[in-house]
Ligand binder design. Structure first.
Ligand code: GLA
Length: 530
């Protein structure tokens, strides 16, 4: 075999050509025109789509005609192969607009390596990639004619479980979910009634060649994950959107939604063994109009698809209470529907959401529940009194109880709140009458809920910043006293876990700032009066 001879001239020519090619690429890249459609992608994260218009070195966005969204701005420059883009996003008031800065280096006409920095977040590395208009902004598909989806027979009492979003947003993985399932059992939460482990936004990467939705590097095998959770005696939930993308968490953008693949995704979720779907409106707002007809149609489409799989799956609607969803959520096959924008781990957020639910409480019924969003108990942003108010209020409302904390690291106090059997019994009580407001005085509120077994739950709430005396008249509780008239009342404090002395016509307690006294009142055996 001959070894090739070393020819210095050939090497110089070769090196020069490579250099020329590199220079050419540099010049080309410096000159690319970004006008068109682009996706910003993060590995195992989300995707953001843009339609850009380049004029000289200036980049602007092209507003999408007729598309919803909360609005924002985009502007930037592309000079000497360097991209600098700034986008703002109008967060719900009172939060200021959020800014995201993308700084990139052009690799070729269709790809730019980018570092993204969003206000208050860690920076992320990703790429801008040129995509087709259809990928970036798919055309609107027709919705089905409205009709009532048959009841799936599930969730006869408000669903209980855990959801990843409040604690982790989209920064979590398969192992995190498995450890939550372990902790759900070892902490006693499953014994207390918590059953569903729900994987919220962040598990998808896109679709395979057959259009099947697939997990990302953090969730390589969604079927195996379901099998693991089932092996713990629990049920498992998954998350998608009627839009092409989900809402976007911390990891760069939205994730794959079920738009145009509703039946296929429902079948996949069923094949994988999922028991629950949270279906979040998100980018559907850029496809459909925000009317009751359109929202109902989009949710009905998935409701039908779930039913068609033959697998029992709880259907959780999440469209933030738009178009009075409590009036039609059940028609789409929904077992629960969010009634509000997202909860935050702050007293003001929880208080505003919780106390606004009383007037619509009557729309909840077995199998179809108002959902004032997941619990924040144990996440650290509220005092123990505030978390007790949170839990008491949700239980009085018959709200789904979806814990949103890290189940591996619960203090005894957190456990005592989430696993209070007496509070949970109120939540799960099957008496059909909803909670009502008995009285409201200044910042004090008394809520009443008839329970089965001739009993009442009474919540004495103090929304004020100082301790307050809060009370109610005992004859406001309309007991079924049968033939024999009034008997002696029996009252239990459900947070102190002790009986309360009742005498006279009223009961008054000192309630701490932002706190609650939660009572169960029933008729004691033996005769007597008030
Ligand atoms: C919306 C929902 C949240 C959560 C996030 C995920 O904001 O209301 O519960 O699912 O999307 O991005």
């Amino acid at each position: 075999m001959r070894t090739p001879a070393f020819h210095p001239r050939r090497w110089v020519v070769a090196a020069a050509s490579v250099l020329l090619l590199l220079l050419g690429a540099l010049v080309l890249s410096a000159q690319i025109d970004m006008t068109g459609y682009w996706a910003f992608r993060v590995k195992d994260g989300g995707v953001n789509y843009f339609q850009l218009q380049q004029t000289g070195g200036t980049i602007a966005s092209v507003p999408q005609a007729g598309r919803g969204g909360r609005g924002g701005t985009l502007s930037g420059t592309l000079r000497d192969g360097k991209l600098h883009l700034v986008t703002t996003f109008n967060a719900p008031a009172p939060a200021p607009p959020r800014e995201t800065v993308y700084d990139g280096v052009v690799e070729n006409a269709n790809r730019i390596a980018v570092t993204m920095q969003a206000t208050g977040r860690d920076s992320l590395k990703g790429t801008f990639e040129r995509v087709t208009r259809e990928e970036a902004f798919p055309a609107r598909l027709p919705l089905p004619e409205l009709r009532d989806v048959p009841d799936n027979g599930l969730a006869r009492t408000p669903p209980m479980g855990w959801n990843s979003w409040n604690k982790f947003q989209d920064v979590f993985d398969d192992a995190t979910v498995r450890r939550m399932a372990d902790a759900m059992v070892s902490s006693g939460m499953s014994k207390a009634g918590y059953t569903y482990i729900v994987v919220d936004e962040g598990w998808t990467s896109g679709r395979d060649a057959g259009g099947n939705i697939v997990g990302n590097g953090k969730f390589p095998d969604m079927k195996a994950l379901a099998a693991y959770v089932h092996s713990k005696g629990l049920k498992i939930g998954i998350y998608s959107s009627p839009g092409p993308q989900s809402c976007s968490g911390k990891m760069g953008g939205g994730y794959q939604g079920s738009y145009g693949h509703e039946e296929q995704d429902a079948r996949t979720f069923a094949d994988w063994g999922y028991d629950y779907l949270k279906y979040d409106w998100c980018s559907a707002g850029g496809i459909y109009a925000s009317t009751r007809e359109e929202e109902q149609g989009a949710y009905q489409k998935m409701g039908d698809a779930l039913l068609k799989t033959g697998r029992p799956m709880v259907y959780s609607l999440c469209q933030y209470g738009a178009a009075d969803v409590w009036k039609w959520g059940a028609k789409t096959g929904g077992n629960l529907w969010r009634t509000t924008f997202d909860i935050g781990d702050r007293w003001e957020s929880m208080e505003r959401i919780g106390f606004a639910q009383i007037d619509i409480a009557g729309y909840a019924q077995p199998g179809h529940w108002n959902d004032p969003d997941m619990l924040e108990v144990g996440n650290g942003g509220m005092t123990a009194d505030e978390y007790r108010t949170h839990m008491s209020l949700w239980c009085m409302l018959s709200a789904p109880l979806m814990a949103g904390n890290d189940l591996r690291a619960m203090t005894d106090e957190t456990k005592s709140i989430l696993m209070n059997p007496d509070a949970i019994a109120i939540d799960q009580d099957r008496a059909p009458k909803p909670v009502q407001r008995l009285s409201q005085q200044g910042k004090s509120e008394v809520l009443l809920r008839p329970l089965s077994g001739n009993a009442f739950a009474v919540g004495l709430f103090n929304r004020g910043d100082q301790p307050a005396e809060v009370g109610f008249r005992l004859d406001a509780l309309k007991f079924d006293t049968g033939l024999y008239g009034f008997r002696r009342l029996q009252m239990q404090d459900l947070w102190k876990h002790e009986p309360v002395e009742v005498s006279g016509d009223t009961y008054t307690a000192t309630v701490p700032k932002h706190g609650v006294v939660l009572l169960r009142v029933s008729i004691a055996s033996g005769r007597g009066g008030f």
